[in-house]
Design a protein around this ligand. Sequence first.
Ligand SMILES: Nc1ncnc2c1ncn2[C@@H]1O[C@H](COP(=O)(O)OP(=O)(O)OP(=O)(O)O)[C@@H](O)[C@H]1O
Ligand SMILES: [Mg+2]
Length: 378
Amino acid sequence: MTTVRVEKIRKTYGDFVALEGLTLDMAEGEFVSFLGPSGCGKTTALRIVAGFEFADSGSVLIDGDEIGPVPPNRRNMGMVFQNYSLFPNMTAADNVAFGLRVRKQPAEKVRRRATEMLELVGLSGKEGNFPHQMSGGQQQRVALARALVNMPKALLLDEPLGALDLKLRQVMQLELKRIQREVGITFIFVTHDQEEALTMSDRIAVMTQGRTDQIGTPTEIYHRPATAFVAGFIGTANLLPVTVRGQEGDQVTVDGPGGRYFARAEGRTYQVGSSVTLMVRPERLVPSGAPLHGAAGGSIEATVTSLVFQGPVVRCQVQTAAGVDLVAHLGPEDDPSSLSVGSPVRMTWSIDGAYLVPEALDSGLAGVTQMEDDETGA
Ligand SMILES: Nc1ncnc2c1ncn2[C@@H]1O[C@H](COP(=O)(O)OP(=O)(O)OP(=O)(O)O)[C@@H](O)[C@H]1O
Ligand SMILES: [Mg+2]
């Protein structure tokens, strides 16, 4: 079993700083995702771990040993890319067997192992198929089997599901996770798709501009984002700039546009007068009159600007008097029938529906932050 550690990696291309102080510990058998917008340095980080690229400073350690000078083919790392890069003139079995033949393993063992690996990835019976006779998802399974056949110390995956359509991608997400559990190998998975990272990862490293803003479990990242960027990049967040007015035990009182609000301190100590960010997720923001679970956290007067039925939820967008747009996801308990576009509404949330992000909010970022597809690089 293998641990991978990257320590204070800095990488520049000329004047451009691609990675700055990247540090991350991956435990044995852990599924870790590098998540961040296009250009934030995910592929660069992966290529440095693989040995295709060298850091200006910092180190990569495998099981505690620095592997800086070790060439890629001696690191025993598997790699899977978005474009499956299978050998087009070889069958599925021969593609998978390639890595074993290079290592001059006996023919019988090679055949048996290739069959086993294809079975692991759910391709029994397709041994004789050529890549052009297989779907994108099947080709990616072959690529996975080929990368795992030598039982690498870690498997590095760079947006491996990026070329697949949504339905197939969701199937493959669960498949990848199952395979990873079965083989017990550390997976380092690069994606700019936050849902994908939330679905698959034990831990996520959220990257922006060459650094990690936060490393944590999907739950931590979603519910306790370390920065406003993380709050907005993972899911949808309503963010309000607020000023701390006081703290009593676990309860913090803040003032923001449109009123006084309350939030949990979550073990932190807040300086009176400091600027921080109040986050309320859309599923925690409800129109007044709807049941509120727990003590009140705050409320804000607004006008409904749009109501869109989305199946499981009704997406209700409102604008506050200060011109801040907020989004609520109304579930089955919330009755949207009293709401209509243009009608005034008081939006409410419970104290546990709010979270204080411990940094000041750039006033331009107030309101709902939702990444557009082009911002995430999709
Ligand atoms: N060989 C290179 N020469 C110069 N700049 C580079 C080189 N490789 C990467 N970069 C720059 O470094 C930054 C990080 O690139 P990288 O490929 O790691 O991003 P990424 O997070 O994988 O993005 P994407 O989601 O689009 O794949 C980008 O701004 C890119 O233009
Ligand atoms: Mg990339």
